[in-house]
Design a protein around this ligand. Structure first.
Ligand SMILES: C[S@@+](CC[C@H](N)C(=O)[O-])C[C@H]1O[C@@H](n2cnc3c(N)ncnc32)[C@H](O)[C@@H]1O
Length: 445
């Protein structure tokens, strides 16, 4: 009796409310709108295998799939029969039917369209029909109604100002993605006019239900086509309790890639990295002439060691270390040849006398690359640490300067938050590197 009275008290209710809120945060809320109900009926009436998953809304993530019962490690969580897969072939058949119904007499050359282009065209036409409130005759119409209404968080859509605040490596990839889009778009236009076009073959498919699964780098899964059941199956090796969100793993991707391709970022993503190519190139090394720097960069290029220098959580790329060990050797040599302060690596006549030094440097460096030697020597290793610190300081400065600029932008804009997180993660990575002092020091060598 006493216990019962206590359970009805205010503290109990507050605690219950708090527990409920925090479990909602983890578990999300089930979505039961008309579109979802129609989708479930469509799946069932067409023989889609039963799943222990339902659509939910999860705080901080959005829609995803929730376990309706306990799921054990090793269970197949989704099995998509072939007829539910929106493949290139399936879409082309649907497009042909659509064109026929529209009275289009043009014979499209289906060899000239890739899977990605055909699926995009099909989805765009379906969306257009939906907007015009025309009845869809597509087998997939119940699924198409559930596709996200917008997808604007990709850097593809960033305006020039925000685009300029992305790390350089991301900018290059976004530009490539924009060019690819332009190419695909033009190819689809040529296909519609039945002009000849050139398309590279790809192999993608859209899978109802399966495509509601969100990504987690911790999710352990296997996805493969089962030839005996003719289904694409997802097996999870991560168990889930009833009410938890189930995830798949889109691959070992860093946040640059995830933001560009999927429009979100993860915190503490173990695959994140900081690119320091620019910092390496602009590093000022005493006694290194412009000609010597160029010669060294050309040498690194010829050996396949130029660029792609990265820092990861407590890990410096071998490429960066190896390039640095090579690049700063002439500083050491410049100390030994104090009467001549110009570069060992220059090609001027006065420097030819230093060719033997150059040969020694290259020989030592090749031993490093082959793994025959670990370091050039202790002095070189000391200098490597000094220059690594400089690189870290420059990388942190760039991140902090960009974050300062981002402070002026709308703090509630999702894309701004994503870009901020990218730079904050960069600071975390650089600071995780042991040589870097927490309070920045600037060197004057
Ligand atoms: C295959 S869909 C997954 C289902 C999607 N959430 C939906 O509502 O249809 C992939 C998209 O889901 C979102 N997403 C996936 N994993 C996420 C995560 N861990 N955090 C935030 N958004 C995520 C991204 O917008 C991504 O482009």
């Amino acid at each position: 009796m006493e216990a019962k009275r206590k359970r009805r008290g205010r503290t109990f209710r507050v605690r219950c409310h708090r527990e409920k809120s925090s479990s909602n945060l983890l578990r999300g809320e089930i979505i039961t709108d008309a579109n979802w109900k129609e989708f479930v009926v469509w799946l069932k009436s067409n023989g889609f295998p039963k799943t222990k998953l339902t659509l939910g809304n999860f705080q901080g993530i959005g829609r995803g799939l929730m376990a309706t019962k306990e799921i054990k490690a090793g269970e197949v969580i989704i099995s998509v029969p072939k007829k539910f897969l929106l493949t290139r072939e399936m879409v082309i058949t649907e497009l042909d039917n659509m064109f026929l119904k529209l009275g289009c007499s043009l014979k499209h050359n289906n060899d000239n369209i890739s899977a990605c282009q055909a699926i995009a065209l099909y989805l765009a036409l379906q969306k257009y029909r939906q907007q015009k409130r025309k009845n869809s005759c597509s087998f997939f119409s119940s699924y198409l109604k559930l596709l996200p209404k917008n997808f604007c968080s990709l850097p593809f859509f960033f305006d020039t100002n925000l685009f300029e605040l992305l790390p350089k490596v991301m900018k290059d990839d976004v530009q490539r993605q924009r060019q690819k889009f332009e190419y695909d778009y033009n190819n689809v236009k040529s296909y519609l006019k039945t002009n000849n076009s050139n398309c590279t073959r790809d192999n993608i498919a859209v899978a109802p239900m399966l495509d509601f699964l969100n990504h987690s780098s911790k999710a352990k899964i296997k996805g493969e086509y089962n030839n005996s059941s003719n289904c694409y199956e997802i097996t999870t090796f991560t168990p889930y309790k009833k009410g938890e969100q189930a995830f798949i793993n889109y691959g070992p991707h860093d946040d640059f890639f995830i933001l560009i391709e999927y429009g979100f970022v993860l915190s503490n993503n173990p695959y994140n990295y900081v690119s320091v190519d620019h910092e390496f190139s602009t590093l000022s090394i005493p006694n290194e002439t412009i000609a010597a720097k160029e010669e060294k960069f050309n040498f690194l290029l010829s050996q396949g060691f130029f660029g792609d220098y990265t820092l990861r959580f407590s890990e410096i790329s071998f490429r960066l270390l190896t390039a640095l060990r090579f690049r700063i050797q002439n500083q050491q040599l410049a100390f030994t040849c104090a009467d001549d302060t110009s570069s060992t690596f220059s090609s001027t006549a006065t420097q030819r006398q230093h060719r033997p030094y150059q040969q020694t440097i290259i020989k030592k460096w090749k031993s490093l690359v082959n793994g025959q030697m670990e370091h050039v020597d202790s002095e070189n290793e000391q200098l490597v640490k000094v220059y690594l610190m400089r690189i870290c300081e420059f990388a942190i400065k760039e991140a902090k300067d960009t974050l300062k600029i981002l402070e002026k932008y709308d703090p509630n804009n999702l894309s701004i938050l994503h870009v901020k997180q990218i730079w904050q993660e960069s600071i975390g990575i650089v600071e995780s590197y042991g040589y870097f002092p927490k309070t920045p020091r600037y060197f004057c060598l």
